[in-house]
Write a protein that binds this ligand. Structure first.
Ligand code: AMP
Ligand code: ZN
Length: 446
């Protein structure tokens, strides 16, 4: 039995999908105006574990992930610039080129982290008509009003707007505004459709019943989740920042359009912090997966690191942390050479304990602790479909190559660079990559 903490019910609940054995889930995807940072990727690792734990219980998953390529403004609300247009200006490229470049980079990151590909990727700009139709329904039901810059959702028309995060709508949301829009009727109201500005031409704009413009950020998720998963589906996920604005707004849109809360379970991943502060793309320079690779760490060491913290706990990124994760990963792979000492009964008992931990709101730290306690490669392999750390592939590095790498390391430390270079060439010619890091070296298959 899988149990989750559900933001909607405020407590751990047994998971019951709408249809037997089928799980429909919607994952709020990236805004593709820059590379993903390690924090964003932590959220997608959590969502991947969620999928894989459900698969372990025999569920068949249909996952939709959106790609936000229009309408997400810099304030995360309804003021400021469109992030994609801003990214395009920064790199002197078209918005379409920017969106394509960073969508591709994002998908590569997912692959490197062994994150299972969603059954459906849906781009906001491919679904403008669906979004217009959704807004029309909200309008027909009397939830919208017009201002000089767009069509807005009137949150006061819903009696319990903000229930997801227990929001104190009057007070809490006004404080977060960067630039207050004076024409809004209520502080929490949000744009469904924004008119194109009059002082400059946007690259992305469309005709609509309300005038030329572009969709507000939240409507894409309502329109696309309904299109691919139906008016009600099982699970909706995202980072914890979505708990207070984006997800309450998605719920409001669906309730206004069809009277239903779109998903039964809402799961939010906590933030990755960097030196105590939030990791954010808008900070300019940020840590990416490739930053780790450049420093000699494997992407999967980051996956491992992310799994050492519960998804609902904050995780502080440190270099010592990633180094520790890389070393642990190496030591797990080495267990392959040690024969199992566990009896069949012990194996069964351990397997059950690990499953129980994973099924209990995805308690990966507990599951990992049990695996480390057992020290048995058989068990790690058994849970490879969930943890996906490429244990087999990496463990197959031949002894001669390991030996050569050690000799090269010694030669390098002794200052014999000619010998070290020669050995590196031999290792690479045999089809392996060798990367140095502060704790030694990492060998991987090319
Ligand atoms: P964005 O590309 O900004 O739309 O964000 C993509 C996903 O990453 C969303 O689910 C965010 O909630 C999540 N996210 C943003 N910052 C962090 C962070 N520091 N740690 C974990 N997740 C984050
Ligand atoms: Zn969303």
């Amino acid at each position: 039995m899988v149990k989750f903490y559900n933001s909607l019910g405020k407590e751990k609940q047994e998971f019951k999908p709408i249809a037997d054995n089928q799980v429909k889930m919607y994952v709020c995807g990236p805004t593709v105006y820059d590379y993903a940072h390690l924090g964003n990727l932590r959220t997608y690792i959590f969502e991947d574990i969620l999928r894989r734990v459900l698969e372990l219980s025999g569920y068949k998953i249909t996952e939709v992930m959106n790609i936000t390529d229009v309408g997400h403004l810099t304030s995360d609300e309804d003021t400021g610039e469109d992030k994609i247009e801003k990214g395009a200006a920064r790199e002197n490229q078209s918005v379409w080129e920017i969106a394509e470049k960073y969508t591709k980079a994002f998908k590569e990151d997912l692959k490197e982290l062994n994150i299972e590909t969603p059954e459906i990727f849906s781009k906001a700009t491919d679904h403008i008509e669906d979004q217009i139709e959704f807004i029309k329904k909200i309008e027909e039901n009397g939830f919208v009003y017009k201002t000089s810059d767009g069509i807005y959702f009137d949150t006061s028309k819903l009696k319990d707007y903000g229930k997801l995060a227990n929001l104190n709508v009057e007070g809490q949301l006004t404080g977060t505004r960067i630039e207050e829009n004076k024409e809004k009727k209520n502080p929490a109201d949000f744009a469904l459709w924004k008119f194109s500005p009059t002082d400059h031409q946007r690259q992305m704009e469309w005709e609509s019943p309300w005038g030329k413009g572009f969709p507000g950020w939240h409507i894409e998720c309502s329109a696309m989740s309904t299109k691919y998963l139906g008016e009600q589906f099982d699970i909706h996920t995202g980072g914890v920042d979505h708990l207070t604005v984006h997800h309450p707004n998605e719920i409001a849109q669906s309730e206004a359009a069809n009277g239903k809360i779109p998903a039964n379970y809402w799961l939010h991943g906590e933030f990755l912090l960097e030196e105590g502060g939030k990791m954010a793309k808008s900070k300019g320079s940020f840590l990416r997966l490739s930053t780790l690779v450049e420093k000699g760490f494997e992407p999967l060491a980051y996956r491992y690191l992310a799994l050492t913290a519960h998804y609902r706990s904050k995780l502080n990124f440190t270099w010592a942390g990633i180094e520790g994760a890389q070393n642990t990963l190496k030591s797990i792979r080495k267990l392959k050479d040690i024969e199992t000492k566990l009896t069949t009964e012990q194996k069964t008992e351990y397997i059950q304990k690990i499953k129980d931990a994973l099924n209990d709101d995805l308690d990966t730290p507990k599951a990992l602790a049990i695996l480390h306690q057992a020290q048995d490669f058989f068990l790690w392999q058994e849970f490879e479909p969930v943890f996906a750390l490429d244990l087999e592939k990496q463990a197959k590095i031949p002894v001669e190559i390991e030996q050569k790498a050690k000799e090269r390391d010694e030669a390098r430390k002794a200052g014999d660079y000619a010998k070290a270079d020669e050995l590196r060439k031999e290792i690479e010619a045999a089809g392996f990559n060798l990367e140095d890091n502060s704790s030694g070296f990492v060998i991987s298959k090319k």
